[in-house]
Design a protein around this ligand. Sequence first.
Ligand SMILES: [Zn+2]
Length: 126
Amino acid sequence: MKTVEMVKVAKEVLRNAYAPYSNFRVSAVLFGEDGLFTGVNVENASYGLTVCAERVAVFKAVSEGKRKFEKILVYTPGRENLPYPCGACRQVMAEFFGEDFRVIVANDSEEEQFTLGELLPFNFKR
Ligand SMILES: [Zn+2]
């Protein structure tokens, strides 16, 4: 699946983002052999319970027994901020995906691509 197609899906599901506190709406599209899963950020009045779009997508997939994915696209509208995954999301992705797993961040004016190994070297392993 091409990045442009993933962005299209990300824009479609963005309407479901629940971000009344930060107004920073984010969506994520996880893609690979096991199919396509989406996620949006879901905030909470007690801010610490907020869950990022990437983790929602990963947890949806894993909870359905799907773990074979090659990349994730994280999108936020606008032209200013790129939605780089937070540390918690990087560690969650490292739990299920390898160093070559690709992470694409995009907004309405640019995109950047990394490997998970670049974003989280020396991740915690047991
Ligand atoms: Zn996060």
